[in-house]
Design a protein around this ligand. Structure first.
Ligand code: 2AM
Ligand code: CA
Ligand code: CA
Ligand code: CA
Length: 263
């Protein structure tokens, strides 16, 4: 299987999907809710996922596709070539802000990440990676992340972490917020992961993400030396929901050891 050929194909459909989203969403958006009132989905999330599935099946009918909106097949193993797709990551941003939403795609063979993509649809900015060959921000190679201290770190985190919650000891998180240089919250996991791999953030933590939120990003992370795990420090399982942290390698373990107390 020629990865470069698949990479060219993937970039082509991502750019095309982005153009379709930009052309349709201002007049053709229908918003619905999923698991709760704040969990949104639109017709364009579903149409975009269907677009990717059709294109991939035309490219190679043997490839499996796992997508957030369930337009693809049920997948219980990562055997063979598998695409994991979030057609729109940051749907609330998409609906409310008309910006700051990403297409996030990972391509795996037998569970090993081969190609990763995070595409900022409104900016037309692409973060990408090919396993073992490096990562890029559009045509510019991304460098290996340089060491930093926790005091210099800017951390992606949302406000729910610092109020009492079921997942972690929030007092420890308050200490983290006091310790670091700054915090940011963008509302798109893929965007925050893209910022960590390109050094615009130094860490990002989430209490619950799904495989499609992180599939593309973890492949890019490897190429720049960012470390991505769950909050217990284990590799993410790409078939289940889990907690998540991605960080500059110099602060990943330090954050887990000193500031994360999983309940
Ligand atoms: P989504 O927009 O593709 O749903 C902030 O909400 C981030 O968390 C987004 O990347 C969002 O992805 C993700 N997320 C994961 N599970 C979610 C849920 N149940 N409700 C809202 N956002 C969720
Ligand atoms: Ca969603
Ligand atoms: Ca998502
Ligand atoms: Ca989504």
């Amino acid at each position: 299987m020629d990865l470069h050929q698949i990479d060219q194909f993937a970039k082509g459909i991502i750019v095309e999907a982005g153009r379709r989203i930009r052309e349709s969403f201002t007049y053709d958006m229908v918003v619905e809710t999923k698991s709760d009132a704040n969990d949104l989905v639109t017709n364009i999330d579903r149409e975009t996922e269907t677009f990717f599935i059709e294109k991939i099946k035309q490219f190679n009918s043997q490839h499996k596709v796992l997508g957030e909106e369930g337009m693809g097949e049920e997948i219980d193993s990562l055997e063979g070539p598998v695409w994991i797709i979030d057609p729109i990551d940051g749907t609330m941003n998409f609906v409310k802000q008309h910006r700051h939403f990403m297409i996030s795609i990972g391509f795996f063979i037998d569970g090993v990440g081969k190609l990763g993509y995070i595409f900022d649809v409104m900016r037309e900015d692409l973060f990408s990676a090919i396993e073992g060959e490096g990562a890029w921000y559009n045509d510019t190679p991304l460098r290996k992340l340089k060491p930093i201290t926790i005091e210099e770190a800017v951390v992606g985190i949302n406000a729910s972490w610092v109020i009492p919650n079921k997942k972690v000891n929030h007092e420890k998180i308050i200490e983290l917020v006091r310790k670091v240089r700054g915090t940011r919250s963008y509302g798109s996991a893929a965007m925050e992961i893209a910022f960590v791999v390109s050094g615009k953030l130094d860490a990002y933590i989430s209490m619950r993400l799904s495989p499609w939120d992180i599939a593309g990003g973890t492949i890019i992370a490897k190429e720049v030396g960012a470390i991505a795990t769950n909050l217990s420090g284990s590799d993410s399982n790409l078939l289940l929901n889990d907690t998540f942290i991605i960080a500059n390698p110099s602060i990943h373990q330090l954050i887990l050891d000193n500031y994360i107390e999983v309940k």
